[in-house]
Design a binder for this molecule. Structure first.
Ligand SMILES: *Cc1c(COP(=O)(O)O)cnc(C)c1O
Length: 390
């Protein structure tokens, strides 16, 4: 079946939905077992998507897990209360004191904080690497390297990683390759076709798609499933059924949403490219974007997220631009139906590479589902304020 058809039907097994189209939202802690025989069955089979205890899951969870596995790939999926919790669970399920982690230098900011404040405190050694390193990652391997963590495109600067090249090195050395696939959503990147072992998503973004729930997912290949499942349970992870229901609803419309975000973002990026104030368009579909050729080879299109840099200007002019935008609202996160703008003032602090290119003034946009021409009008008047304040 084609992807569009799978998106409509995934996770809708009658086991989970009953006679309804969508799986019901179960609010459950205690699950009652009718007899000793039933209890004994449950005690033996609690890993197999049965009624056991709320934290192990309900049909609401199982339907979403199946949908994610069918659409992203891997052996199975687990659900977490946020994207960051999922990243934490993936790393802590596989890393122990004395192990070495290779973390991409362009990782999502809070992922770095997790590494620097928690993992290192637990005796896990972290080395940040250049996102464009490709097969050169081999030179950074140590005896104790356990995990290579990737995120592509990278946070804010959108650097594209050569995941197949890194996968080759990881496989040859029995190292686990993890990917933060939030940008890839369920449409733009296929992690398992490119050699990833564990794929993590902030479902908070495009999967939920409406800026009204926090959720994380991990799909894992068969080799790593059992360890991930057990350790996530040991650490107490579960997720709320209402939020899962919102994510499940989000899945059904993800393809047309992504396509519209993509089309509008490309229109706006092309318009920005022609502006005198703009220097680089850090959008994977533009040659300015580091790793653009790899994006062309590996990705199925783009979405609403990209950054651009300014040729000249100062913080005052940037403030005038941001404060005067009407449709582009200022706020963290992305992937909802609405447009967002954000500037990153201390990006240099979030990079370890000594040769890292300091881009100067940088703006990140999330292009929402508004009419693209209205969004261009908004940016036009924003730039008028920018130029006046220069
Ligand atoms: C937002 C985001 C996360 C964290 O997700 P939350 O649900 O906000 O915790 C992780 N990785 C990337 C790339 C993100 O954009």
């Amino acid at each position: 079946m084609k992807k569009d058809t799978k998106i409509v039907h995934a996770g809708r097994d009658k086991k989970w939905t009953g006679q309804a189209v969508n799986p019901p939202v179960y609010h459950v802690s205690t699950i009652l077992h009718d007899s000793v025989a039933d209890l004994k069955y449950a005690l033996k089979n609690f890993k197999n998507k049965i009624w056991y205890y709320g934290r192990r899951g309900t049909p609401t969870h199982y339907a979403f897990r199946e949908a994610m596995t069918e659409l992203e790939g891997g052996h199975d999926c687990l659900i977490y209360p946020s994207g960051l919790a999922a990243i934490n669970a993936a790393l802590l399920s596989f890393l122990s004191s004395g192990d070495h982690l290779l973390m991409v230098d362009t990782a999502y900011g809070p992922t770095r904080v997790l590494c620097n404040k928690v993992l290192t405190r637990m005796g896990i050694e972290v080395t940040y690497y250049d996102p464009l390193i490709g097969s050169g990652i081999g030179t950074l391997l140590q005896e104790n390297t356990k995990v290579i963590f990737t995120e592509s495109p990278g946070s804010v600067t959108m650097d594209i990683q050569d995941i197949p090249a890194i996968s080759k090195v990881a496989r040859a050395n029995d190292i686990i390759l993890m990917l933060d696939n939030t940008y890839g959503n369920l449409i733009n990147f296929d992690p398992y076709a490119h050699g990833v072992d564990i794929s993590i998503q902030a479902a908070t973004k495009y999967i939920v798609g409406h800026s009204d729930a926090m959720l994380g997912t991990i799909t894992a290949s068969k080799k790593y499933w059992s360890k991930l499942y057990d350790n996530s349970f040991f650490m107490g992870y579960t997720a709320a059924p209402d939020d899962i229901n919102l994510a499940m609803r989000g899945i059904r419309t993800i393809k047309p949403r992504i396509k519209q975000h993509e089309q509008s973002a490309l229109k706006i990026a092309n318009w920005l490219k022609a502006r005198d104030e703009v220097d680089l368009i850090l959008h994977p579909a533009f040659p300015d974007c580091p790793g653009h050729e790899i994006w062309k080879r590996d990705f199925n299109g783009s979405n609403g997220l990209f950054s651009f840099t300014l040729k000249a200007g100062n913080e005052e002019a940037l403030t005038a631009l941001l404060d005067n935008l009407k449709l582009f609202k200022m706020g963290f996160s992305w992937g909802g139906f609405e447009s967002l703008v954000m500037s990153f003032y201390n990006l240099k602090k979030e990079r370890d590479m000594p040769n890292w290119d300091d881009y100067g003034l940088l703006i990140r946009l999330h292009v929402g589902l508004e009419d693209a021409d209205d969004l261009i009008d908004d940016l036009t008047q924003g730039f008028e304020h920018f130029n006046k304040a220069l």
